[in-house]
Design a protein around this ligand. Structure first.
Ligand SMILES: *Cc1c(COP(=O)(O)O)cnc(C)c1O
Length: 425
């Protein structure tokens, strides 16, 4: 599949049926798998052979879809998780342990910020947050002797900052650690972080990949480029024997291309069990089949709405990396020449009350705490997700009370603009 264009991979990568086999991927709705002999099953438990024994660790439907996502990202291996949160946790925890340190962009999804700064802190993993705009020397200063990973989002949710992937990858590699990029918003249709030096890519497949608001899920893809064996002291989990699998060494047995995902499946999925259901994987694959068609339309609608809002007298500010006025426009053009995504945020000049009134009047756009769906939706953080904060705290956090985040769906842009126009009054 590697010779095909991205749209062809969206439709067909990951699964090539043989003669008389189902054209669509089968949903293997089975928790367990049958073997003729205990020896045959034993070889699976020893990781001597590839196969399935229990759907808490691996399921064939999931693996077909993970293979498609790995092909889309240009990676060597992939796996599905039960959510985007699980994907980011697994990607980090696969190479971090108590006493490790992470360098992360400060402009990331709130759930991931909490995961790293609160929950992983309880596990003894420290973090230094750094502005995505930091210069290389500032980035260098964030590293410590126990740093094990760098983390950022291609387009951050909800701040819509664009990560300078090459700059972050170079810094990570100067310090001998991998760069993990959450590529949820642009999807591999619009940006492939691995081509710019990222080592591991994660997704909340709940967003554009599913695209229809039908199933929560996540994915992890390994580029296969990071050489764990060059840093055996930093990554003992990959470079020293795993006693729970008769002393195999993942980096030796599965090589650069397979070690990370195999360890993540064999240890983290085994012990923590955040697997996606095969039903959800099937729904995700339906979404992937049209991802390339849908992303172009999300970008087109986002651009049209951002341009419309930018000239509207009741709108004081619009944030969309595709606007020439946006500080991330140059980075966006470099990393995402086809555009980024369909999420636009804007501030109403009338503040909190204007935002409330505007949202009430909308007819097509629904009020939801979701993004990246076929149906346009919007959110006023001040009166929903961030309602415990005062107006002053909101300004400090860069989320003024009049801010609205709008996720442009797949409707006709003329209708969306007409809806905005009547709601703005
Ligand atoms: C939504 C989101 C997540 C979390 O994903 P879930 O599927 O909701 O667990 C992580 N990263 C980004 C960028 C997101 O938008």
């Amino acid at each position: 599949m590697s010779e095909y264009n991205i749209g062809t991979k969206c439709v067909q990568a990951g699964y090539t049926p043989g003669n008389g086999e189902p054209r669509q991927i089968p949903i293997i709705q089975s928790t367990t798998f049958k073997y003729e002999t205990s020896e045959a099953m034993g070889r699976l438990f020893d990781l001597e052979e590839n196969g399935y024994f229990y759907s808490r660790l691996q399921n064939p439907t999931n693996d077909l879809v993970a293979a498609k996502i790995a092909a889309l990202e240009g990676g060597t291996a992939g796996m599905l998780t039960s959510s985007g949160q699980a994907a980011n946790f697994f990607a980090l925890f696969n190479i971090c342990e108590c006493g490790s340190h992470i360098v992360a962009s400060s402009s990331i999804y709130g759930g991931t910020f909490n995961l790293i700064s609160v929950t992983m802190a309880k596990m003894g993993i420290e973090v230094t947050f750094i502005s995505p705009d930091a210069a290389s020397d500032e980035l260098d200063a964030a590293f410590k002797e126990n740093t094990r990973a760098v983390f950022g989002e291609t387009i951050a949710n909800p701040a819509l900052t664009v990560l300078d992937i090459e700059k972050f990858a170079d810094a990570a590699h100067r310090h001998g650690v991998p760069l993990i990029v959450d590529n949820t918003f642009p999807t591999p249709v619009n940006c492939r972080p691995i081509e710019w030096g990222a080592d591991i890519v994660t997704h909340s497949t709940t967003k554009y990949m599913d695209g229809h608001g039908s199933a929560v899920g996540g994915a992890i893809v390994d580029s296969g480029a990071f050489d764990w064996t060059a840093y055996p002291d930093k990554y003992p989990g990959l470079c020293t024997p795993d006693e729970s699998y008769h002393g195999i060494v993942y980096a030796e047995k599965f090589g650069k291309g397979g070690a990370f995902i195999t360890k993540c499946t064999a240890q983290l999925m085994r012990d923590l069990g955040c697997i996606q259901s095969p039903q959800s994987a099937f729904l995700l694959n339906l979404g992937l089949e049209s991802l390339h068609v849908r992303m172009a339309k999300h970008v087109e609608n986002g651009q049209a709405i951002a341009e419309y809002l930018e000239q509207h007298p009741k709108v004081s500010h619009v944030s969309f990396p595709g606007l020439p006025s946006n500080p991330y426009n140059a980075l966006s053009k470099k990393y995402m020449p086809k555009g980024g995504c369909g999420v636009v945020s804007f501030e109403l000049a009338g503040g909190r009350s204007a935002a409330l009134e505007f949202m009430k009047r909308l007819k097509l756009a629904a009020i939801e705490t979701h993004v990246a769906d076929a149906r346009t939706c919007c959110l006023n953080p001040a009166t929903s997700t961030h309602r415990q904060m005062t107006d002053e705290q909101l300004i400090e956090a860069g989320i003024p009370a009049g801010l609205v985040r709008m996720s442009c769906g797949l409707e006709d842009k003329e209708d969306l603009i007409a809806d905005l126009s009547q709601a703005l009054g």
